[in-house]
Design a protein around this ligand. Structure first.
Ligand SMILES: Cc1cc2nc3c(=O)[nH]c(=O)nc-3n(C[C@H](O)[C@H](O)[C@H](O)COP(=O)(O)OP(=O)(O)OC[C@H]3O[C@@H](n4cnc5c(N)ncnc54)[C@H](O)[C@@H]3O)c2cc1C
Length: 449
């Protein structure tokens, strides 16, 4: 067993990474939220609050699944203690407010790493389970829920916490259960073996959709991690780069969580994400990526996995009105025609899209009821605020995505209709049956009313 005397005491969770205004990452919709912090996992929960309660992690969900309009957010981030790491098996038990960054920093010196990490390390263990998050290695590792071995859950209708394990229906409902089945107090996960804190990083360029899909097959066969940045062009053209990574050894000082190198100090004006600014950014980014493509490089794992973490408050570039991320997956087979067609439909409307990325999802099934990934191509698009015409376009895209058997990611959503939700997630009524009666979220009220 490892000594897990970790610098994250309950009072020392870095406040800079907390979302003290209790909005979500996209900052839409922006309702004022009441928040009650839990300092210890078994502290009393204000279950009887008017408007219900909702567990809350680091607020890195983009839309309203982490918001409790009219209710009380139960903030578990102070419960961030790492409780046990078996260095022989890689089983780690931690309180639900522990961030994946803190878990990685504690585990890396022992040759272990979280099995699945998202694009930011500032997400909690509870949030990672509740959204059943995926990483750049979905085709081989599946989603986060595939690696959860047990969950300690608190519910308003049970006097004592319940311990859940794979196979239990309440476990399946809690994986990807968007916080509705109870408050996760702690969990045990199986970490992944790694040779060290390094990544051998390669960048490959692609210049057409055929090229993309041909290289995607090779990427999933030959590399552990891949994420693809791209710039859709006129008349259905595309160009972009694969960012490929394979775990490697590296110097010991790479084990530590790096500090951010920059900050966006205030909300930027709309011009920062205007059409010309986005086109200029895409051109510079593409040239820089292609230059980097020449040879494999050994880099620290942190910036490879979480490039946006280098700059704090990066969501302020979208200004005061915030932004919407449209993150969808199209099943294998349909993806070769539907993904280009959806992007062409967006370009035809002249909508601005920032930081578009794709990832391939593989066949590893999640135990979760409302898990997002399915085998196919996933696409995430940031839309700066563009008024009602953006909402109309996204409604049309929802219908297209549902028609081909795909779905939109709840963690990123702030606007899908109840009808679209029921098509994307037909097992939602099973989750409703497992919902804690005292818990409700803005998202759930919106899509189930
Ligand atoms: C820059 C960036 C990159 C991202 N990249 C990815 C990615 O690559 N893949 C991906 O899948 N996601 C990605 N995300 C989304 C993020 O991983 C998820 O939204 C994650 O769930 C956020 O965790 P959190 O701790 O901030 O939880 P919050 O956003 O605070 O809450 C998320 C959900 O978890 C529930 N919850 C939180 N804590 C608990 C608890 N203790 N018990 C029960 N329920 C709880 C909440 O009720 C809510 O429904 C990204 C987000 C950002 C900002």
């Amino acid at each position: 067993m490892a000594d897990l005397t970790h610098p994250l005491s309950p009072l020392a969770v870095p406040d800079t990474e907390r979302d003290d205004d209790a909005s979500s990452w996209g900052r839409y919709p922006g309702h004022p939220q009441q928040r009650r912090r839990l300092w210890w996992p078994h502290d009393p929960v204000p279950w009887a609050s008017r408007g219900g309660v909702l567990p809350r992690g680091l607020g890195r969900s983009y839309g309203d699944s982490c918001l409790a309009h009219g209710g009380t957010l139960v903030d578990v981030t102070p419960c961030a203690r790492l409780l046990e790491l078996d260095t022989a098996t890689g089983l780690l038990t931690a309180e639900a407010g522990a961030s994946l960054g803190a878990i990685a920093a504690a585990a890396l010196p022992h040759g272990w790493y979280p099995p699945v990490v998202p694009g930011t390390r500032h997400v909690t263990l509870g949030g990672a389970i509740a959204n059943d998050i995926h990483g750049k290695n979905h085709w081989s590792a599946g989603s986060f829920g595939c690696h959860v071995r047990s969950i300690e859950l608190r519910r308003s209708d049970r006097a004592a916490p319940v311990r859940l394990a794979p196979g239990d229906p309440l476990f399946a409902a809690t994986i990807g259960g968007i916080g509705l089945t109870g408050i996760i107090a702690s969990a045990t996960i199986a970490l992944a073996r790694v040779p060290g804190p390094g990544i051998v990083s390669r960048t490959h360029a692609f210049g057409s959709w055929d090229d993309y899909f041909a290289q995607a097959e090779e990427a999933t066969r030959a590399h552990a991690h891949s994420v693809e940045w791209f710039a859709p062009g006129a008349r259905g053209t595309v160009r972009g780069t694969f960012s490929l990574g394979d775990p490697a050894a590296g110097p010991a000082h790479w084990n530590a969580e790096p500090s951010a190198w920059g900050v966006v100090p205030f909300d930027l004006p709309a011009a920062a994400t205007s059409g010309p600014a986005i086109a200029a950014f895409n051109a510079v980014y593409f040239r820089a990526s292609v230059r980097a493509a020449r040879r494999p490089r050994l880099v620290p794992v942190w910036p490879f996995m979480h490039p946006l973490d280098g700059c704090r408050h990066v969501n302020r570039i979208y200004g005061r009105r915030g932004f919407l991320q449209y993150h969808f997956v199209v099943p294998r087979g349909a993806d070769r025609t539907e993904v280009p067609a959806i992007l062409a439909a967006i370009a035809d409307r002249g909508m601005r899209v920032f930081l578009p990325v794709m990832k391939q999802f593989g066949p590893v099934a999640s135990p979760g009821l409302l898990s997002f990934p399915l085998p196919g191509t996933s696409v995430a698009l940031d839309f700066p605020w563009q008024g009602d015409r953006l909402f109309r376009l996204l409604d049309e895209l929802d219908a297209r995505v549902a028609d081909c058997g795909g779905r939109v990611y709840i963690a990123k959503d702030a606007r899908m209709s109840g009808q679209a939700f029921r098509r994307f997630y037909p097992r939602w009524e099973e989750l409703e049956r497992h919902r804690d009666p005292a818990i409700r979220s803005h998202f759930w009220q919106r899509v189930t009313r």
